[in-house]
Design a protein around this ligand. Structure first.
Ligand code: SF4
Length: 81
């Protein structure tokens, strides 16, 4: 049951991020920013395979989306850099 709650929670968090991304007109960050973000995620203990356990997002997608930030503030929104 715990696994079901975790998967459901992850799904709804991902939907929220997808909504923010679409409201931001699908804008992506530049490659340099993407690499900086991915470097943080790759070293993060909250990354679980392709997922961020904190926000439920697919890490490789999340790092491209301008509207996203890290819930642990390991990296910030594009307009805060
Ligand atoms: S978004 Fe933040 S919390 Fe999630 S894996 Fe990346 S660095 Fe970790």
């Amino acid at each position: 049951m715990t696994t079901l709650f975790r998967i459901t929670g992850r799904f709804f968090k991902f939907l929220r991020s997808l909504y923010r991304h679409s409201m931001n007109e699908g804008k992506l960050v530049e490659l340099e920013t993407y690499v900086l973000r991915m470097n943080q995620c790759n070293e993060c203990d909250r990354r679980s395979h392709i997922w961020c356990e904190e926000c439920g997002c697919l890490v490789e997608e999340k790092c491209w989306w301008e509207s996203e930030d890290c819930p642990l503030n390991r990296w910030v929104l594009k307009n805060e850099e």
